[in-house]
Design a protein around this ligand. Sequence first.
Ligand SMILES: Cc1cc2nc3c(=O)[nH]c(=O)nc-3n(C[C@H](O)[C@H](O)[C@H](O)COP(=O)(O)OP(=O)(O)OC[C@H]3O[C@@H](n4cnc5c(N)ncnc54)[C@H](O)[C@@H]3O)c2cc1C
Length: 483
Amino acid sequence: MALSFTGKPNPRVGEILVARLSTLPAQRSTGLTLKQRRFTSTLEITQKQTAPAAPSLPPLSALPTRVLLRSLLVSTISSKAWLLYPSLWVMSILSKPNRGFLLNVDRNPILHGILKKTFYEQFCAGENAAETKATIKELKDMGFRGVIMTYAKETVFDHRTNTQHGLGVAALEAEKNGEQVDPRLVHCANIEAWRKGTLETVEQLEDGDYLAVKLTGAGPTVTEAFSKGDLPPTQMINAMDEVCRRCKERNVRILVDAESQHFQWGILRLTLDLMRKYNRDGYAVVYNTYQAYLKSTSNTLAKHLAAAQQDGFTLGLKLVRGAYMASDERALIHDTKTDTDNAYNTIAQGALKRTIGDFGTTTPFPSVNLFLASHNRESVMAAHNLHKQRTQASLPTIPVGFAQLHGMSDEVSFSLLALKGSDGTPEVYKCSTWGGMGECLAYLLRRAIENRDAVLRTSDEYNALKAEFKRRLKGGFSFATQK
Ligand SMILES: Cc1cc2nc3c(=O)[nH]c(=O)nc-3n(C[C@H](O)[C@H](O)[C@H](O)COP(=O)(O)OP(=O)(O)OC[C@H]3O[C@@H](n4cnc5c(N)ncnc54)[C@H](O)[C@@H]3O)c2cc1C
């Protein structure tokens, strides 16, 4: 079963592919199938006849100039400690609930405008359906196979202070106005607001796109249940059922995000039930997210592979390293970055070889669809190469998609896109978030912290963006994509 999606190709991707292949003779002669070689040589012949001196375009040449300039600004801030630390401090203050007018990003128009044109537009899709649709179109025009879209509302649990923030709008509004509200109605209102926001997101997506859901966005009754490892209230289970049915009708798949450890056992439990119910047609409609940085993940995955094998459903395996190092209990996380990297690569490569632990050797390997969400060039390139080799050698493997976050690691995304073969792989997606500015702040703060922690990658990104900017400057912006 192959994942097959539609997405408008970017004419520049072919151009970049030719330029890259012409500088990679070894790969051209050994790494491609006959079909791909024919495709490549047709492109080369066409190119020889029409454009004798093809410029070797770098991956970032596909970025519109407006996006390049914004990325350069954000990456300059992220790569300089003296700019990043004050920005982080300001954002963490702004993301606290119940701020007065001056520090309220939704009410203070100047603050709203500054954040919107910088961090918000860099990482988020839009504050309403029209803005979000325009961003999705722009991403697809750049050559991405599709988008992963999420509605921003969520709850983050801080293990150090034992507090959670980001609770539902209705509860906060009521609290702010000093109103006495029946807690059951507030709870219902939170789940209902989450259901509506999520279904609204589904309607913005097109055939083959992905919906990402943060289940804690549904508010206190849901997070209370998750923190005990329980299933959420029936109202939430019904809401998820409705979302799954609508996604299936529209050929949209669902990635259930992994969140703070405090909530994760409940999230895993609900998602496993949904996979059992909806992943029955030979492919995954619903994916669980597995955080490779957790020491417990290999055991969890083994249990879920066993469930998929026994109950005959497809396991949707979205693999990430894990984004909650700042708030999760440190002892639960691998001791070193190298251990996390090894865990990530072992699962990714094992899944692509259809061999994880006993599965694929003494126990049959179940149906699995893989989704690799990562900015780590080594991990994604190694996985793509392995998938390509195995497909070409007709060895058993599984369908795989790749994704990077909107506004991050464009170099990795466009490098993957430039390798796209005639079979449409690798399938590359950009993952974005939509929602009001206030709702998106926790997400924005996490992106900023991630940039702070990934010092090497951030400075590589900054250097690549600077080089692309200089290249366009030299050419009087004549190579630049036209926006
Ligand atoms: C499309 C997409 C969807 C995502 N969805 C989720 C999600 O649902 N849930 C979620 O939690 N995250 C999610 N993330 C974020 C992800 O978990 C990582 O935080 C982020 O992608 C950085 O990891 P990386 O694989 O890109 O590689 P790198 O930048 O190479 O790795 C950085 C990561 O390594 C780990 N790490 C760093 N230092 C140490 C250390 N000292 N010891 C142990 N481990 C360490 C951390 O996980 C850190 O985030 C998503 C990312 C993407 C691209």
